[in-house]
Design a protein around this ligand. Structure first.
Ligand SMILES: Cc1cc2nc3c(=O)[nH]c(=O)nc-3n(C[C@H](O)[C@H](O)[C@H](O)COP(=O)(O)OP(=O)(O)OC[C@H]3O[C@@H](n4cnc5c(N)ncnc54)[C@H](O)[C@@H]3O)c2cc1C
Length: 450
């Protein structure tokens, strides 16, 4: 059947919505979180329930289309010809079981809701920095968390999932019932079926402690060396993020920050203060501002300053297997060049700890990778894109010699594939699982091109 008429018939059968090109709300509905990505799907569906999802599978089969599940579209990458975007917002149930240290969420639930529910409980979620990201999209793509040194990747914490396969069967799977499928769901999940619910381990944090130290950019090299030097001794309960921020020279900003650069070190310990190690970082430069003390899941989530509404953005990431003095110097020298103004922030995350000993098997891994970097290049309306593209290429160029063989899928940029995340044997394993699970190619290929 022709695509349009198959989709129109499906629309009549749905309890939820299906928006087609030409409908008043189509342009709004097709927009992902990252407004810099202009995606043109065949339709946008918001299924109300499992029955609707099965109807959409049938329509995709009739029409030769694919279903591209995109809960919030933080990771959208644009190529959706003949695909129906499936928004999972109606799958919004959540139940927290502190006795077993687990949360069960529907695949439309965002991390912010889980974080809110954990306030004051002594538990934290293996969430990333944006409360607006869907638990499903993040966890199925690996997910590097504030607490990954303590608890591993988000996907390492995936205990079980309810999966709708392209043949319409829906069941709960875990490592006992289907270890192969669980391995794929932990990082490459979207390619083998549609996940409706997930069970995720929570992270015990009996005494959540945070320290934030802000230094002038002139101290960036020495502070980064100190952070690097404590990494070998840091316990897995200590999580450490560094952020190098360069404020635009914009008259809207207060004089004390306008056009200036800062380096912020953020440490989070799940078992109380880590004074001795933090002191070594503190001594490496002049601290302009310090905040230290007991903290909470909500305070941590708010501290990232991530946008709460869809915004246009670009970025480039690099997973590094080492960070020597020369690389640190090159990175900050590059970063301070006037022509690198498009790079507003660079996030540097200390890895190791539980990431080196994943407690469950999964496609996504940051085992034996030491640092995860991400450069944020905002997109401003009317500003040409070329300087930003050049800065992103320059950033990768400076780090190229230290790039690790693999990274985590949630840090891939538009157009990048899972080939950056696993070796050929792992990719072959994924491809054969997909062929077996979805022989008619009803699920969008996502980041593993067919
Ligand atoms: C501001 C911001 C901050 C971020 N911070 C972090 C961070 O700290 N750590 C980190 O690791 N990542 C981070 N990310 C990246 C983010 O985790 C990924 O982009 C993630 O994929 C986003 O989830 P989503 O639900 O929006 O994904 P979408 O882009 O909507 O979906 C991503 C893919 O997941 C799959 N998928 C999602 N849900 C399902 C489902 N129910 N069934 C089957 N497949 C599914 C699909 O294949 C889909 O293509 C951040 C992104 C942004 C924009």
């Amino acid at each position: 059947m022709a695509l349009r008429s198959a989709l129109e018939s499906a629309r009549d059968a749905l309890s939820g919505t299906l928006i087609l090109p030409g409908d008043d709300t189509f342009d709004r509905a097709r927009r992902p979180w990252n407004l810099a990505i202009d995606q043109h799907p065949a339709a946008v569906a918001a299924p109300a329930d499992l029955r609707d999802l099965r109807t959409l599978l049938e329509a995709a089969r009739d029409a030769g289309a694919t279903l591209a599940v995109q809960p919030t579209g933080h990771g959208a990458d644009g190529d959706l010809a003949d695909a129906v975007i499936v928004r999972m917002a109606a799958f919004d149930e959540m139940s927290v079981d502190l006795g077993s240290g687990v949360v069960r969420v529907g695949s439309g639930v965002r991390w912010g809701a889980v974080v809110e529910a954990l306030e004051g409980t002594g538990w934290v979620a293996p969430a990333g920095t944006s409360p607006a990201v869907a638990v499903a999209g993040y966890t199925l793509g690996g997910g590097h968390s504030w607490f990954s040194r303590t608890a591993g990747l988000g996907s390492d914490n995936l205990r079980a999932a309810w999966v709708l396969r392209s043949d319409g069967t829906h069941e709960r799977v875990d490592d006992e019932s289907d270890p192969d499928l669980m391995w794929a769901l932990r990082g490459a999940g979207g390619i083998v079926g549609i996940v409706t619910d997930l069970e995720i381990d929570l992270v015990p944090a009996p005494t959540l402690w945070g320290t934030e130290l802000t230094f002038d950019a002139a101290d960036a090299g020495s502070v980064m060396r100190a952070v690097r030097d404590i990494s070998a001794a840091a316990p897995a309960s200590l999580n450490l993020f560094v952020n190098s921020m360069r404020m635009p020279d914009s008259p809207q900003l207060p004089d004390e920050i306008r056009g200036r650069s800062f380096l912020t070190v953020q440490a989070l310990s799940t078992v109380g203060a880590a004074d001795e190690l933090i002191e070594r970082v503190r001594r490496a430069g002049t601290v302009h501002r310090e905040v230290s003390g007991a903290t909470s899941p909500k305070t941590v989530a708010a501290s990232s300053g991530e946008p709460t509404e869809p915004t246009p953005g670009r970025g480039v990431s690099a997973a590094l297997s080492s960070l020597d003095d020369a690389t640190i110097d090159d990175l900050f020298r590059f970063r301070e060049l006037p022509e690198q103004w498009p790079i507003m922030g660079i996030d540097i995350r200390m890895l190791g700890g539980a990431l080196d000993e994943p407690r469950r098997a999964g496609f996504a891994t940051l085992q034996n990778v030491d640092w995860l970097l991400h450069a944020l290049v905002p997109v401003f309306p009317g500003v040409p894109s070329e300087p930003g593209e050049a800065s992103m290429a320059g950033f990768r160029g400076v780090l190229d010699h230290a790039i690790a063989p693999h990274t985590v899928p949630t840090f891939l940029g538009p157009g990048e594939t899972l080939e950056r995340c696993g070796d050929p044997a792992a990719l072959d394993r994924l491809r054969s699982m997909r062929t077996a699970a979805d022989p008619e190619s009803l699920i969008h290929a996502g980041r593993l091109p067919r």
